[in-house]
Write a new protein. Structure first.
Length: 372
């Protein structure tokens, strides 16, 4: 088997074509986001160690993880920089890879709950220290662009909450993980920015502070607008919290920008896309589409739920949607979308600019349409 090697200088970062992405509720080929080479690991020798404020340090093999109760969650993983291109072109220049609208994937993940692994190890923290504690994840398998290893952390309270469904994923869509997506084991943190779902996981640490890794402390943060360059950003990295929950969002996948669309006999066109809930507040309960810059809205039909197995929650999943909207003939027409989730979060017209261009959730939009 040929292994394509990607270097620290040129890691693999790519997103699928948007029209293809929104064609299936379950994503078979998702986006790739890396900060270094892709390791090809041996599952028979790989181990995950549990350290830190625990009663029993553990070193678990992949077989050990398979012997624990297995849990399946349908979860959309999203790069924090998804839609950065829109912020860059609509507002002003940002620092980061020029992601369009496809840095997201909705998959069925299976593996033991992180909670079960932590309870097996035993939390060794006093009650007052539990409140702000974190569980940190690390991959020491490959060097990164800005650190010698990749790391992230989430609040320990989230990890211990069975309803949060944080898992150590061994399977993606009923098959072993691929090397690109973290084989043989990765963390999957539903509702949280994809940067925290560490691939090729080899260490879990219970600790009283966040991960000290570069990608937790100096990246993936929504800096205030006044931090408008790398030098000014230095003043804020330690003062701004790391992104955890991602915001409610929607994207239009079809029609494609700058395309010619023929109306049907009713003077309508079909619009399709995806929508994502905010953090723990899913699922998406409404998507609306407008052809007049938000003066009036048409409710979209929500799709995809029927494809999930009975008993599997869609709280963390994306929602595919479609709408038929009446639109006048003409050039340079524009269509926008907005989503609402179960928690009542409504997608905003345009968020504030931030230096790293992360968590952009302005209205979904497609422009340059010729309607005939």
């Amino acid at each position: 088997m040929v292994h394509f090697e990607y270097s620290v200088e040129k890691p693999l970062n790519r997103e699928p074509e948007l029209s293809k992405l929104v064609s299936n509720f379950i994503t078979e080929e998702g986006y790739d986001r890396n900060h270094g080479p892709i390791p090809h690991l041996n599952a028979s020798t790989h181990r995950v160690s549990i350290y830190g404020s625990v009663k029993n340090q553990l070193s678990l093999s992949i077989d050990d993880l398979k012997r624990l109760p297995q849990h399946t969650v349908i979860c959309a993983l999203q790069c924090a920089g998804n839609r950065r291109h829109t912020m860059r072109t609509k507002l002003k220049e940002v620092s980061g890879i020029d992601w369009f609208d496809g840095a997201v994937m909705n998959c069925e993940w299976t593996g033991p709950l992180l909670r079960d692994v932590l309870l097996k190890s035993g939390i060794n923290l006093t009650k007052d220290r539990l409140k702000n504690a974190h569980v940190a994840f690390a991959c020491f398998q490959t060097p990164c662009q800005d650190d010698e290893w990749y790391g992230a952390s989430i609040p320990l309270s989230r990890a211990l909450n069975p309803d949060a469904e944080v898992i150590l994923a061994l399977e993606m869509n009923g098959k072993e993980l691929t090397p690109n997506h973290g084989y043989p084991v990765r963390v999957v943190t539903p509702g949280i920015a994809g940067a925290r779902s560490v691939k090729w996981l080899d260490r879990i640490t219970v600790q009283t502070t966040e991960s000290t890794n570069f990608y937790q402390q100096h990246d993936y943060k929504i800096l205030p607008p006044e931090a408008d360059c790398a030098e000014k950003a230095k003043e804020y990295w330690s003062r701004v919290p790391a992104i955890q929950d991602m915001p409610v969002n929607s994207v239009i996948g079809l029609p494609k920008p700058d395309s010619t669309i023929t109306r049907d006999t009713d003077g309508k066109v079909e619009v399709r896309g995806y929508a994502l809930p905010s953090g723990e507040d899913g699922p998406v309960v409404r998507v609306e589409v407008s052809v007049d810059e938000g003066k009036t809205w048409t409710d979209a039909e929500l799709l995809g739920a029927h494809e999930a197995d009975a008993g599997v929650s869609l709280r963390w999943a994306w929602c595919l949607w479609r709408a038929r909207v009446a639109i006048e003939k003409g050039n340079n027409r524009r269509i926008v979308s907005r989503a609402t989730d179960k928690g009542g979060n409504v997608q905003e017209k345009c968020p504030k600019w931030n230096f790293r261009g992360v968590a952009y959730n302005g209205y979904g939009e497609v422009g340059g349409l010729e309607i005939v």
